[in-house]
Every structure is written in C-alpha cells, then in structure tokens.
Ligand binder design. Structure first.
Ligand code: UD1
Length: 418
C-alpha cells in the first residue's frame, strides 16, 4: 500500500505544466474503437485511468504503442470480446465502451462502471439514449448486455432529462455510425465534449453543435485514422492554481485555456486572489487578505463540481464565513472530516459545507476517499505545519499526471512511500 508523505509549510515557486485532460482522454480512447485505421493521440496524461483503458483495449485485441505522451492505437485487431469483469469495473469511464462497442459491432457485453463514490451515479440517461436508437438492453447482475436490432442502430431525437457529460458523449459514440440523424437536446456543454466531437469529426464523423445544448449527428458508414491533441486538463489546471494561491510565492501554471476556467477564476477573483492571465498560462502571485466566499457548483460553464474539493483548502485561508453547495453530487463532502482532522473549522450541515477562517492547519494522517478529495488533501498537506500522511492515494494517481514530480519541482517536500 502506497502513501503520500508531505512536510508542509514550505513556500512553493516556479512553473508547472498542465497535462492532457483526464475526462477527455478516457472518452477518446474508447472512441478510437470506431475507426478502421490507427489513431494517434498527443498530450496523453500519465494517469492510471489511461493505463487501465489501454489494458482493456489490448485485451480486446487492439495494438497500442505509447511513447511518453503520444499514444498510437491500432483498432484493426479488435474483436467483439465480452468484457464483463476485470479492469472494466475499476473506472467510471468504462461506460464509454457501451456506446463505442454498440456503435461498432451493434452489440456489447460490458461490466458495470466503477470510479469514485460520490453517492448514487446512475446511467439511466445513457441507456435511454441507446434504447431510443433501437438497442435492447439487459442487466445481467454484474454486467450489461446491449444489442442493436438486426438492421443496426437508427438515429433518434433524444432529450436528456439531466445535463450529463457521460450520457452526451456516449450518445455521440453510439450515433456516429447509426443510420440517419440523431439530435441530442439539453446536451452537456463541457470542453471535453467538444474534444471528443473534434476527434470523431477528424475520423470522418458528422457532428455539429458540440459545446452547445443541441448536438446533431448524421450517421456515416466508416471512420478513418487521424492524429489528435488532447485538450489541457482544466481540473488539473484549477487544482494547481488553487494550490499556487494557497502556498505559492509566484507560480506560473502553463498549458491552461483560460476560457475553460472562467467560473473558477471569477470566484478566485471574488476572494481577492491576484492572477495574471497570459495566452496559455496563468501566473498566481503570493496572496494575502483573502475573503471567504460562497460556492455553488453547476454544469459547464458553471463552477465545476470537480474543482469544489481542490478549492476548499484555499477557502480555509480566507477571512470570514463561507459555504459550498454541490448541486451535481450532493454527497461530494468526504474531504470535510479529513480537513477538520487537520484543524480546519469546517462542517457539513445537510448537503451544505460551511467553513470559517482563517485557519491554521496541522499535519495529520488522512485518507483520500476519492480523486478530488485526494487533491484537496495534498493542498492541505502543503499548507499545514508538520507532516501529513495521505493513504488511499490510488485515487489521486487515477487523475493527476506526475503529481509528485510536478510538486517537487515547485519546491514541495513530498514523497511517495510504500
Ligand atoms: C463526468 C466527469 C466527472 C464530473 C461529472 C460532472 C468523466 C469521466 N467524469 O462524470 O469528473 O464530476 O462529469 O461534471 O468525464 N446523471 C443521471 N443519470 C445518468 C447520468 C448522470 O441522473 O444517466 C446525473 C448524475 O448523478 C449527476 C449529474 O447527472 O448528478 C451529472 O452527471 P454526469 O455529467 O453524467 O457525470 P459523469 O459523466 O459520470
């Protein structure tokens, strides 16, 4: 069992580069199954979710060549192999194989998705969309069987009852090779959806409107190879910006698209965080006199639920009382008791987090309960006086590329211990 040990209280300085987006790449890899030729991805982050996806597609028969951040996937050897168990159950994004296998083979036998426990995470909207396109779905205990009728999937008009990133992307994956036109209404608008649509269009798909709440897909018969640069990870960027504001003495975060972070940057400005926005970087100065604020998460372009936990330690430095309400995952509060263990004045009342500051944190043994809670604990550990030991760090390594190396380069005393 590995853990992260941090000796906190050291000021950090320098430059840190953001990697490719986790939530894009976990959809881009399953999307490549739909191609009839090799596809190259550049900017692939070194995270364990990518390792798991590579493992899964290699098991299916794809050949994969990974050199640094470049991944070449040749899907031609893929066979329609049932994938009910194993790695498939370890990550949430394995649900993208439902859409891509269904789109490619007209059938799929795939295990249920895993991932972080953020309370109930249904996939009813994904299944409703596949059914609207003519798929027959049966739930067989630990896995799902999906099959198109004899004449394959047909385009359909689909209204999403809730704005869902996963259901929007999965519907696109199933629809790109379906017969006729699919229209997704109330689609999610996250940048990762545009990234997946860009890859698919460069493979020969006809998708319009990605990034708006109406996406129109005209089915095509074949998809070919292409080369694609994964967009920067806006959540990793936000995490480093929050960290820079919490413990930095001048940190430049590079490979950032400001347009993807407007809500987050807006809230930091409200706290009084001083930053300079450059073309593809954000420079965060040393901060004093921060003000407590209220944060409410909502679908893009609102404040991202994935950034609520990484922001929390910075909020604890601010003067006054504030709150966080997560409207996407009400139970995304597992970082709160761990931060309280480090001395923070923070509690959960119902589904609302309230805090009061400024706080002085003290190092303590804490547990990462999910990916973004883990990021919050890393930042808190860097802020705290003394030593913080974080266990369950496999969650953190699922989503933060080279985090130990990146923080060490900024001057942090952080190490991975077996
Ligand atoms: C994606 C992200 C995750 C992020 C989340 C919200 C990936 C791999 N993960 O997760 O990091 O926190 O978006 O921005 O991209 N819902 C339903 N039925 C469904 C699907 C979703 O009710 O069939 C609900 C969910 O419970 C949640 C809301 O819709 O309350 C949004 O979820 P969704 O956008 O689908 O999240 P994911 O795509 O799973």
């Amino acid at each position: 069992m590995q853990k992260i040990v941090i000796n906190g209280g050291r000021p950090l300085k320098g430059e840190v580069a953001v990697s490719g987006a986790k939530n894009s790449v976990v959809a881009l890899i399953p999307a490549i199954i739909l191609a009839d030729e090799p596809v190259t991805l550049d900017g692939v982050p070194a995270i364990s979710d990518v390792d798991s996806l590579i493992d899964i597609i290699e098991t299916m028969g794809a050949s994969v060549d990974r050199q640094g951040e470049t991944l070449v996937i040749d899907p031609r050897g893929i066979r329609d192999i049932p994938m009910p168990y194993g790695k498939i159950n370890s990550l949430r994004a394995s649900y993208y194989f439902y859409g891509s296998l269904l789109g490619r083979y007209g059938q799929a036998v795939v295990g249920l998705p895993g991932g972080c426990d953020l309370g109930p995470r249904p996939i009813d909207l994904h299944l409703k969309a596949f059914e609207a396109m003519g798929a027959i779905i049966s739930y067989e205990g630990e896995y799902m069987r999906l099959s198109a009728r004899e004449n394959g999937l047909n385009g359909a008009n689909i209204y999403m009852d809730t704005v869902s990133v996963g259901a929007t992307i999965n519907t696109m994956l199933a629809a790109v090779k379906a017969k006729g036109r699919t229209v997704i209404e109330n689609a999610a608008r996250e940048p990762e959806i545009i990234d997946v649509a860009t890859l698919l269009n460069n493979m020969g798909a006809h998708i319009r409107g990605a990034g708006t709440d109406e996406i129109i897909i005209e089915g095509v018969e074949q998809l070919h190879g292409t080369r694609h640069q994964v967009i920067p990870d806006r959540i990793e960027a936000g995490t480093y910006i929050a960290l820079a504001a919490a413990v930095g003495e001048g940190i430049r975060v590079t490979n950032v698209l400001y347009e993807h972070l407007e809500a987050f940057i807006g809230k930091l400005s409200e706290m009084g965080v001083r930053m300079t926005v450059e073309e593809d970087a954000i420079v965060v100065d040393k901060q004093e006199n921060l003000k407590a604020i209220h944060v409410k998460t909502s679908p893009y372009p609102g404040f991202a639920t994935d950034l609520q936990q990484p922001l929390t330690p910075l909020l604890l430095r601010a003067q006054g009382r504030g709150s966080i309400v997560d409207t996407i995952y009400e139970k995304r509060v597992n970082h709160v008791p761990e931060l309280a263990r480090m001395g923070a004045d923070i509690t959960t009342v119902g589904t609302k987090i309230t805090y009061s500051g400024p706080n002085k944190l003290t190092g303590a043994p804490v547990k990462a309960t999910d990916l973004r809670a883990g990021a919050a604990l890393v930042i808190a550990g860097l802020m705290a006086e003394g030593t913080t030991e974080i266990t369950n760090i496999e969650f953190i390594l699922r989503g933060y590329s080279n985090i130990i190396e990146k923080l060490t380069q900024l001057g942090a005393d952080i190490r991975l211990v077996d």
